[in-house]
Design a binder for this molecule. Structure first.
Ligand code: BGC
Length: 951
């Protein structure tokens, strides 16, 4: 058993459990069965890491079930695996409860190896359960030498020069091949600089969008691997690909808006394709068909294709059957081979591909002036539409996309700023009708305004296709309060709309950047809704690739320089520490720490040097950054919390996370070093920013008239909700002063008419810090408020996603600041999700990866009488569900097999607590620890428990 990974409490608890369970249960097999097998977080993936990590969950009958040992078999064929001949790896029986992050430790795996694996587990009484179902992983192309394909392109940059937007057409490529024998196995390895879609024999390959994903293409590009065995046949076959500018050569961010000297082509001018089809025949021979100059190329119907600006398609120029054998390509020319960049890595895509999540039927279509029609899809989202139309040849439909309507019912598009976000379709006039979906763009919208219909369209003319990175859903959250349920759904939709290859700020305007502040503020919240392990495995590479030469983490990653003055910012840059820490805590992932440790250390050095030996950032410390001080508590209401004060808090928070992470990867000296640093920062922070009563202060005069600072004209104040919330949450206050800080926070909220005043950095810790200091009732008050500013205010004003501003739209009053910044799909304020799951439902990890966890539901004094939440952790599904019934509360809890939960049952009368209607003493599976702060604390092993208690 890997006891080194467990803390002392767990070991003790488990020993107690094993003792109890051995003596109380019969030694019969509980059929401990491993399910949901994953490799590198994914089911049956293609990977290119040397030692892929394996995980499973367990199912069993009965309570208190544990894994005491496991055995993994890995074979090179199912036949061998079925015969239990593990020619690649037989782990043998390994004692221990580990069920995830287990590194493959067998034979070296060359490129292309398919590994078949299964696992079995021994239960608490030492009985082995059945073998799991078989899972696989496949090794990708591990070295550049595996690639015979060239980068090929078709330079069309001289075409498509518009007035404002320079949008060249998308090139098509094709190659006909003759396969000489029946095919046993075929793989297509493909990537592009830009975006690609592949077709074989007239069929689109895969269901992924925006492949190969956004990276710093100067450093690395990802490839996808498709099993195309069923797509090809003996004899003639045709391979095809279309590529587009994408993030590589297209418009990015607000470069155009701010007059940046570069507005597109941040990584290169000409999009390129690299693909190879590897065929294994049944006769054992192999063949590789790779991109080279012999691939024919042309351009046709896709006149424009740009992520921000939209797609234009002329159906009259379509190449019918172009990716089928026999197409006449005599007018197509040879491709141009482009040189590779020696230091650009080519790696297997580690994330979750963007895919269609759902289709949305139009709810209404309304005629508008000028012959326009307005479609309402009923939900704000990120994606595209499918157009189904009939009309005359040459009819042109122009589609504009908007998130919201003006009070007069017209579509609002000012908030798109310079993103043209317009799709155009030119009909060929097919009497049977024609269907079109763009391939290389997406929009953030609920409404589509279409110009150009000849006659009134039906609802089926437009269907919404919701696109998102396919992060598996892991959470459910429901209460008996409609407002809160809607808020939760809005959070989920906003995450869905913004986890699109990278964690973006918004899906609609000319940004869609991986803003680091937004990402760090929301990451913990995101973990509850979806399994973001693979998604962040990918983005953390982007973030570390974007670490600046001065070792600061950037304000967005990937980090094309869309504005010259964009550098770093406290509260944003710490995403480089907070995000890996959250992935470690959530999934027990220490590899992510190991991988980026030198980068994180370098960042802390940068921050330490910046404090010039004082461990505090006094007012004005970041005056060289633009905006001065960084972004601070972005979009807060009222006086500003000094950005330097927040920077000091984040510095301390980062040091404390570094100490934890150093421990987790076995670096005790560095753990001590960062613990000491944390203490120094904490002391220096309190000495400078607090008086002897723990009341926060600042030298606001140091900011002068505030010029150059975000909202500097509002003035600065140390005694703010944001300051206390962060300091409490980050454990930056001396313990004797923490309760006082909680009181100050409550006083400030009360003095503000029971309303919040927090921005991006203040909102995440607000409710958690109230709960931490015993003010849950106040937290619920804020949660349930419908007055500006509050989450409820958005809901009652019609939100179906989370807004960027607390007042993005007010019924009867209209919009705030459209053309500046007014996104209706921005997840930062959705970071309240962390409190919904962590406090209202009360689910919190104890050990990293939820091997041990806490269920400590905090009941609402009023407004909410029931909460049902579930969370599928890497160790299985946890349920916490409570309901008030008269003077009692019912608390139903599900604890996954092989985990231990500390359950806090809210009660004023501990002796009234029952489980399954019996006194606790009647159950050998429940260990009573004692009472604390209005809760009876018990520990339980796996199983379902139905507690009830007088409240
Ligand atoms: C983005 C953000 C981001 C911010 C920086 C905005 O324009 O949309 O969400 O964090 O700039 O303060």
């Amino acid at each position: 058993m890997k006891f080194a990974r467990l803390n002392a409490l767990t070991v003790w608890l488990m020993t107690c459990f094993i003792t109890i369970l051995f003596t109380t249960s019969e030694a019969i097999s509980a059929n401990l069965t491993p399910v949901h097998l994953r490799t590198e977080y994914k089911q049956n993936p293609v990977v290119d890491v040397d030692k892929p990590r394996l995980s499973w969950e367990l199912t069993a009958t009965g309570r208190g079930q544990l894994q005491t040992a496991y055995q993994i078999l890995v074979a090179s064929s199912t036949a061998l695996l079925n015969a239990e001949k593990a020619d690649l790896w037989n782990s043998a029986k390994v004692t221990g409860n580990t069920t995830n992050q287990i590194e493959y430790a067998g034979k070296t795996l060359p490129s292309r190896t398919i590994c078949y694996w299964k696992v079995r587990s021994w239960d608490k009484s030492g009985q082995p359960g059945p073998w799991s179902a078989v899972a696989t992983w496949e090794m990708g192309l591990l070295t550049k030498a595996d690639w015979s394909a060239n980068w090929i392109g078709n330079d069309l940059t001289t075409l498509g020069k518009g007035k404002t937007y320079h949008l060249p057409p998308a090139p098509f490529f094709r190659k006909e091949i003759q396969l000489t024998a029946p095919v046993k196995k075929a793989r297509l390895y493909v990537t592009s600089l830009g975006l690609y879609e592949c077709q074989i024999n007239g069929k689109r390959i895969g269901t992924d969008y925006f492949t190969p994903g956004w990276t710093d293409y100067n450093k690395r590009v990802y490839y996808q691997t498709y099993d195309v065995t069923a797509n090809i046949k003996t004899g003639k076959n045709a391979l095809g690909a279309i590529i587009a500018d994408g993030w590589y050569a297209g418009y990015l961010g607000y470069a155009l808006l701010v007059g940046n000297p570069v507005v597109k082509n941040f990584y290169g001018d000409v999009p390129l394709l690299k693909a190879q089809l590897e065929v294994e025949y049944t006769n054992g021979k192999t063949e590789t068909i790779a991109t080279d100059q012999s691939w024919k190329t042309s351009h046709g119907p896709i006149l424009e294709a740009d992520i921000l600006n939209g797609e234009t398609y002329n159906a009259n120029l379509a190449f019918d059957n172009w990716s089928k054998p026999g197409f006449n390509d005599t007018n197509w020319k040879s491709s141009t081979v482009f040189p590779d960049k020696a230091d650009r890595q080519i790696e297997a895509y580690p994330g979750n591909p963007v895919r269609a999540f759902q289709e949305l039927k139009a709810k209404t279509v309304t005629p508008k002036s000028g012959g326009h029609y307005l479609f309402d899809l009923g939900q704000n989202f990120a994606g595209v539409v499918r157009l189904c139309v009939k009309g005359n040849k040459g009819d042109t439909l122009r589609l504009r996309f908007g998130e919201v309507l003006f009070p007069n019912g017209d579509i609002m598009t000012e908030n798109l700023r310079k993103a043209r976000a317009t799709d155009t379709y030119i009909l060929k006039g097919d009497p049977k009708g024609e269907t079109w979906t763009p391939k290389f763009t997406y929009h953030g919208f609920q409404y589509v305004d279409v110009a150009g219909f000849r006659s009134a369209p039906g609802l089926d003319a437009i269907t919404g296709i919701v696109l998102t990175s396919a992060t598996p859903e892991t959470g459910t959250f429901e209460t008996d309060n409609k407002l809160i349920n809607k808020l939760y759904q809005n959070i989920v939709w906003t995450q869905r709309s913004n986890y699109v290859d990278v964690p973006t700020d918004c899906p609609q305007r000319d940004e869609r950047l991986g803003w680091t502040g937004d990402a760090q503020a929301y990451v913990q919240s995101a973990t509850f809704n979806n399994d973001i392990s693979a998604f962040f495995t990918k983005w953390l590479v982007d973030l570390n690739d974007a670490q600046r030469p001065d070792n600061a983490y950037p304000i967005y990653a990937p980090a094309p320089n869309v504005r010259k003055t964009d550098t770093y910012s406290p509260g944003w840059s710490e995403a480089g520490i907070i995000c890996p820490y959250t992935i470690y805590k959530t999934y027990g992932d220490t590899r992510v720490i190991q991988k980026f440790w030198p980068n994180m250390v370098a960042y802390l050095k940068f921050m330490e040097a910046k404090s010039q030996g004082t461990y505090v950032y006094k007012e004005g410390s970041f005056a060289e950054v633009s905006p001065k001080g960084g972004f601070g508590d972005w979009l807060s209401v009222g006086k500003k919390t000094p950005p330097d004060m927040l920077a000091t808090l984040y510095f301390g928070y980062a040091a404390s996370m570094m100490a934890d992470m150093a421990k987790a990867i076995g670096k005790p000296d560095e753990a001590t070093y960062y613990t000491t640093m944390f203490t120094k920062i904490k002391q220096a922070f309190m000495a400078h920013y607090a008086d002897s009563n723990g009341r926060f202060k600042t030298n606001s005069a140091a900011y002068g008239n505030g010029e150059g600072y975000v909202d500097g004209e509002m003035g600065f104040e140390g005694h703010t909700q944001t300051a206390y919330a962060n300091a409490i949450y980050m454990n930056m206050i001396a313990p004797n002063l923490t309760p006082k800080a909680g009181n100050w926070l409550v006083d400030l909220i009360k003095a503000n008419d029971n309303k919040l005043s927090t921005g991006f950095l203040g909102v995440k810790p607000l409710l958690p810090s109230l709960s931490m200091t015993g003010h849950t009732n106040q937290a619920y008050k804020l949660l349930l408020s419908t007055e500006y500013p509050s989450w409820g205010f958005e809901v009652v004003n019609g939100a179906n996603t989370i807004w960027e501003r607390w007042n993005s739209y007010i019924k009867g009053k209209g919009f705030e600041n459209n053309a500046g910044m007014n996104s209706f799909n921005h997840y930062a304020f959705g970071s309240v999700n962390e409190w919904l799951f962590g406090n209202a439902a009360g689910i919190k990890a104890e050990e990293a990866g939820y091997r041990t966890f806490i269920i400590r539901p905090e009941l609402a004094p009023e407004g909410i009488n029931a909460v049902n939440a579930s969370y599928q952790s890497i160790n299985g599904t946890i349920v916490s569900s409570w309901k008030k019934e008269g003077n009692r509360v019912r608390l139903n809890v599900v604890v996954p097999v092989n985990t231990i939960a500390t359950v806090f049952i809210p009660t004023t009368k501990p002796e009234s607590v029952l489980e399954s209607n019996k006194a606790l003493t009647a159950s050998p599976d429940i260990r009573v620890i004692g009472t604390r702060d209005g809760f009876l604390q018990v520990t339980v092993g796996s199983g379902t428990y139905q507690f009830s208690a007088v409240i």
